[in-house]
Design a protein around this ligand. Structure first.
Ligand SMILES: *Cc1c(COP(=O)(O)O)cnc(C)c1O
Ligand SMILES: [Zn+2]
Length: 437
């Protein structure tokens, strides 16, 4: 049974600093802060991570309506800047389920959000808070999807948006989105972690409102992934999934899902034994969380050089590790690293079920496969894999992983001949082309 760290879920008495039943608490020293008076991202006393707390804790009966704002009982506001987001499909994948060998396998496809990633769930809440604290410039560091989401929600809200990206390391679709939605795009000669250092400095100097997952309110929006999975899986199967497998970059989602489960356990809506095991997957070339879990560490070591085809999780210093490591441990989950080849292979397998995801997303299925092979995940488990972003985010990776186009002459008979495996062209040249393919 899960050993949930419920102490983190806050005191029963609402502190004076609370605003309409919402406040912020430092997860390290317990200091409490007013949520919307001053702009704060980390603890003023000890620089620890902050977590949003509410006077009321949600039960399933409190949820009504659609999308992220269905869960407003667990959010700081009733509604926000919406496109709208959430309500993503929980796909059945019978062939993959059979191949992997678990009782149930579902894919929660977050690529079906408005800008094609789960980041939209965080932004609808985060930009609403930005309006509340009355800032005029939004900013984020990004491996791509955060900037795409922030640009869209920023423009929707009519706010100036600044995004800092690691030069040459962002997938084409994501930059295109940020560009068209009108963000100012700064390409930094450094990796994601350097971009985040700079944007945190800018935020500290009050030059911009930070919307990375260090911002505790973004994680409130992302919490709704956890609520949706529980509700939908229960509708289908009459029970909750045993395990949720997800890709891990900055570990914001891992922290957010853990918080969703703790809040439901606190309200009595979910039994501690029904909390899914949070299982994180990283790429071998960027796996500080896996290292921390394997070595039993309380924190992560910063990896300076990170590399992987899964650019969305190409992160060496996961800022939410202090929230996410307890989430993995206390739910009885684990973490595993997968190679780029395993990621690409999983991306193909998911695509074989009609679901198009970007490489980082496929890490979830690659990790599940590996843990099944090692016997760490049992055949009797109900598993949900989270796929975080859409295939079209990274068209180059998709084209690389998929089959090559076959050039054919502009002639039906020759097309037929080609399909039947005979020569395309005439003579030697055609044969050469065939050989080279
Ligand atoms: C942001 C992102 C991740 C990483 O999520 P974290 O919450 O930072 O761990 C994974 N996949 C995709 C597609 C993303 O955009
Ligand atoms: Zn503190």
């Amino acid at each position: 049974m899960a050993d949930l760290d419920l102490e983190l879920a806050g005191p029963e008495t609402v502190p004076d600093v609370a605003d309409d039943g919402t406040w912020l608490t430092c997860i390290e020293c317990g200091e409490q802060f007013a949520p919307f008076d001053d702009v704060i991202y980390t603890c003023a006393e000890c620089d620890g991570l902050l977590e949003a707390r509410y006077a009321d804790r949600p039960t399933f009966e409190d949820f009504e309506g659609r999308g992220v704002w269905r869960y407003s009982a667990a959010l700081p506001f009733e509604e926000g800047v919406t496109l709208p987001e959430g309500d993503t499909p929980l796909h059945e994948v019978p062939r993959l389920e059979e191949e992997v060998g678990v009782r149930n396998l579902r894919i929660k496809h977050e690529g079906m959000n408005p800008t094609g990633s789960f980041k939209d769930r965080g932004m609808t809440v985060g930009v609403r808070v930005a309006q509340e604290v009355d800032v005029d410039r939004l900013a984020c560091a990004s491996t791509g999807n955060t900037s795409a989401a922030l640009s869209a929600y920023g423009s929707r809200a009519g706010l100036e948006t600044l995004v800092l990206l690691p030069e040459g390391k962002v997938a084409a679709g994501k930059i295109a989105q940020a560009a068209l939605h009108g963000a100012r795009i700064l390409e930094v000669d450094g990796n994601f972690d350097s971009c985040l250092d700079i944007v945190q400095d800018l935020a500290d100097r009050d030059e911009a409102y930070l919307l990375n997952s260090l911002n505790p309110f973004r994680l409130e929006g992302q919490k709704t992934i956890g609520f949706e999975i529980l509700e939908r899986f229960y509708e289908d199967e009459g029970r909750y999934p045993d395990r949720i497998v997800l890709p891990v970059g900055n570990a914001g989602n891992t922290a957010a899902l853990y918080k969703a489960f703790r809040e439901l356990v606190q309200s009595g809506a979910l039994a501690p034994g029904d909390v899914p095991k949070l299982t994180g997957v990283q790429a071998e070339g960027a796996a500080p969380m896996v290292e921390a879990i394997e070595e039993g560490r309380e924190d992560t070591r910063r990896w300076e050089d990170v590399e992987t085809i899964a650019t969305a999780i190409r992160i060496g210093n996961p800022v939410n590790a202090p929230k996410a490591l307890p989430g993995i441990r206390n739910t009885g989950g684990t973490a595993v690293a997968v190679s780029d080849e395993e990621i690409t292979e999983a991306q193909r397998a998911i695509a074989g079920e009609g679901i198009g995801v970007e490489p980082a997303s496929a890490a979830s299925v690659a990790g599940l496969r590996k843990l099944r092979e090692r016997g760490e995940i049992g055949a009797g488990e109900d598993v949900v894999c989270l796929t975080t972003g859409h295939l079209l985010k990274d068209p180059d990776a998709a084209a690389e992983a998929g089959s090559d186009p076959e050039p054919v002459p502009n002639d039906t008979d020759k097309v037929l001949a080609h399909l039947q495996g005979r020569d395309v062209g005439s003579g030697l040249l055609g044969k050469l082309v065939g050989l080279l393919r």
